[in-house]
Ligand binder design. Structure first.
Ligand code: TXA
Ligand code: MG
Length: 340
């Protein structure tokens, strides 16, 4: 059932469902989440089974602010506080040491906990209403079946889980890709998953260099058992290929049959105008936004729309090698790997 997020009755119903231990579809500024009371182990177990997600993949706990975060995190280092001051509420998750016996199921067996304070006004209203009923944090992964494309509208969530789930409609998500995740359990901050915030923005705000996972870790920093961030993820049904403009044009020129194909490119393609009518009718070209934030906003909805056309392949022009594009590039690389 989809509820209008603008109505206060919907907010109250959502908060009551969470208090009862039910799941809800929750809008955030990044993507929609499949939310439950983070401290209710049975409710959290339902998230894992509904998504088909292995129970050792930790979930992010969503809170109203740093005070609520302290109910889950045993320590917030100074550099993490600076990140919170700069970017909360917003699309940034921090991995922090976890208070023992708190949100254990949500943490998927880690001694740490991922925490984020979302900025979407409807997410915040639900968090506040739930807090009024004694629910201090919402465990919420993206509201899609494990490995699939994240949802950025209430309709996408309904496509994933059907009518039985209570979904609060908050419109299309502004950001469009998941939050950046910074591990704050080591001596130095480490970016585990890129989002729309760039390494430069994060480093500037926290007053020290944010390292990249797999990058320049010093031998004294011990890596946590982060099981998320899988190489193959975010997959459309069609096979996705990342290509440069020239490759796309060459492959298009050589293309023989009329098997349905989608292309998402920033550049205009030369070959299109020369294609035969048969080839043309099976080709779906869409303009990829030239701005990385706009591209992130459009990305998952575009992949779902291409799947809706029944195409067999999606050719995507690789984003420029620029940090501002890293969040989008990361999701596209994983989508490409997943199809192999
Ligand atoms: O924008 C977002 O972050 C969205 C919205 C709903 O808030 N949520 C989201 O959740 O993307 P999910 O479950 O799809 O991705 C969570 C990621 C996973 O890669 C997981 O491994 C990582 O966060 N994570 C969570 N807790 C962790 C922890 N304690 N240690 C290491 N990684 C953690
Ligand atoms: Mg996800």
């Amino acid at each position: 059932m989809v509820l209008d997020g603008q109505s206060s009755q919907s907010i109250a119903l959502a908060a009551q469902a969470l208090q009862r231990g039910d799941l809800i579809g929750l809008p955030t500024e990044t993507v929609y989440g499949l939310a439950a009371d983070a401290c209710n182990a049975q409710a959290v177990t339902k998230i894992f089974s509904t998504k088909g997600r292995p129970s050792d993949h930790p979930l992010i706990v969503h809170v109203t602010d740093i005070e609520s975060a302290k109910r889950f995190a045993s320590d917030i280092p100074d550099f993490a506080k600076r990140l919170i001051n700069a970017f909360w509420p917003g699309p940034l998750t921090l991995i922090l040491p976890r208070i023992r016996d708190t949100a254990t199921a949500a943490a998927g067996g880690q001694n740490s906990v991922g925490i984020r304070s979302p900025s979407h006004p409807i997410a915040r209203e639900i968090l506040l209403a739930a807090q009024g009923l004694g629910v201090w944090g919402l465990a919420a992964p993206s509201a899609n079946k494990f490995g699939r494309v994240s949802p950025t509208t209430a309709a996408h969530v309904r496509e994933e889980f059907g009518e039985a789930l209570l979904i609060v409609d908050g419109g299309a998500c502004d950001v469009g890709i998941e939050s950046a995740i910074v591990d704050c359990t080591r001596r130095q901050p480490v970016l585990l998953r890129p989002g729309v915030l760039t390494l430069e923005q994060l480093s500037l705000a926290c007053g020290e260099k944010v390292l990249q996972q797999g990058g320049q870790l010093s031998p004294t920093t011990s890596a946590p058992k982060a099981s998320g961030t899988l190489a193959a993820h975010y997959a459309p049904v069609a096979k996705l290929f990342l290509m440069n403009k020239q490759d796309i044009e060459e492959k298009l020129a050589q293309r023989k049959g009329g098997s349905p194909l989608a292309i998402w490119s920033r550049s205009a393609l030369q070959v299109q105008s020369q294609a035969s009518p048969e080839k043309k009718s099976s080709l779906h070209w869409q303009q990829m936004p030239s701005d990385p934030a706009q591209c992130a906003h459009a990305l998952f909805a575009q992949l779902r729309a291409f799947d809706g056309l029944g195409v067999e392949q999606i050719w995507v022009e690789a984003p420029p090698p620029d940090n501002a594009w890293e969040g989008v590039h990361d999701r596209l690389r994983r989508a490409e790997t997943a199809g192999r």
